[in-house]
Design a protein around this ligand. Structure first.
Ligand code: FNR
Length: 344
């Protein structure tokens, strides 16, 4: 049996070592129709975007939940917070649940607020957290939202993982209705379908991070840690683009959709926003930028993606993020098939 700290270390190690996939995020099968007469000046384009109950995000890329709760996590979170500050990005911390339970390594989380006092920061707990624990996670960071992560397939792939997944919806309902900030329910790589998104909306959740397949793959990470568990789980999940179609089917624009899962380029961010996302999350690629080149270099890579996004927004004739939902797209391959199946 491995300790929680070992596990956090392994997750970072294998997230860095493994490539995205093997499932693809689906965005290569989403095609944007260009506007050759955009009537726009590049300097007019605004990347600002809204999530309900959260201060306006200056741009739609969120540095998504990764770490905390271990010695080495403190330095990583410190540097991620520096990247977030330099790039004016919202940032989530990794799960605080274990540290709150054990009262250990709290500094590996609070360092994020210390480095970036004015930033938008999201706390993160398991759906098993009580209201009191959820509020503690928020207060520790003066967070503007609380992420609640769902990772059933990962737990099954993990030798020391949970096997009982009952009571989640009730627990999430309690969090959604009693925490002082909005909650964001997020998947971590298997995606979400419309039926479960609806169930979450019905218990008071307003913001969903679909966390689709195609990027960092925790079932593959656990398979690397435990080759004797169900390694077939590596191919489980709904690609991010398809999960986004599922969310857009049941959510309106004044609710919040975050698209995470293998979103890597400005063009993929654009496509996610066109399909209805208010924002996107990025995790594994930011960690790789950071470890490969340090804080300045990671910030530079993120800014490059934002500049590319601005170019693509101009090429669609859109000055603002909300306008992007009107941009025509067409689908091919399995995303087209999924789209047709969903319309039925
Ligand atoms: C994660 N992720 C994650 N999510 C979460 O809600 N709580 C957590 O503690 C963690 N831990 C974690 C560790 C590491 C090393 C990585 C890379 C990721 C999942 C993350 O927020 C995101 O949903 C997935 O990584 C998919 O996004 P990318 O990596 O494909 O952009």
């Amino acid at each position: 049996m491995k300790t929680r700290e070992n596990r956090k270390h392994d997750h970072i190690k294998y997230a860095l070592a493994l490539a995205d996939g093997p499932l693809e995020n689906g965005f290569s099968q989403v095609h944007v129709v260009p506007n050759c007469l955009p009537e726009l000046n590049l300097s007019q384009i605004s990347l600002a975007t809204a999530l309900p109950g959260i201060p306006t995000l200056e741009h739609p890329i969120i540095i998504n939940a990764m770490t905390g709760g271990a010695q080495e996590a403190e330095e990583i979170n410190k540097q991620l917070a520096q990247v977030a500050k330099l790039t004016h990005s919202a940032m989530a911390v990794g799960s605080q649940y274990g540290s709150i339970k054990s009262n250990n390594y709290l500094e590996s989380f609070t360092v994020v607020r210390r480095e970036n006092p004015q930033g938008i920061v999201f706390a993160n707990v398991s759906p098993l957290a009580t209201v009191c624990e959820g509020q503690q996670a928020v207060d520790m960071l003066e967070a503007q939202a609380l992420q609640v992560h769902l990772n059933v397939a990962q737990e099954l792939a993990m030798e020391e993982g949970d096997r009982n997944f009952t009571g989640f919806l009730k627990s999430i309902e309690a969090l959604a209705n009693n925490i002082s900030v909005p909650i964001i329910v997020k998947e971590t790589g298997a995606g979400m379908a419309a039926e479960q998104i609806n169930a979450l909306l019905n218990v008071g959740v307003n913001i969903i991070d679909i966390g689709g397949a195609g990027g960092t793959n925790f079932m593959a990470i656990e398979a690397a840690r435990f080759p004797t568990t169900n390694t077939e789980l590596r191919t489980w999940g709904l690609p991010t683009a398809i999960s986004l179609l599922e969310a857009a089917r049941v959510m309106s624009h004044n609710q919040g959709i975050i698209a995470t899962g293998g979103v890597r380029t400005g063009l993929e961010v654009l496509k996610a926003l066109i399909l209805g996302a208010n924002a996107v999350g990025m995790a594994g690629n930011i960690l790789k930028f950071l470890v490969d080149g340090g804080v300045e270099s990671a910030a530079g890579e993120l800014v490059k993606i934002l500049h590319n996004l601005q170019d693509f927004m101009l090429l669609t004739g859109c000055k603002t993020v909300p306008q992007l939902t009107k941009v025509p797209v067409y689908f091919t391959g399995e995303v087209l098939a999924a789209r047709q199946a969903l319309i039925k």
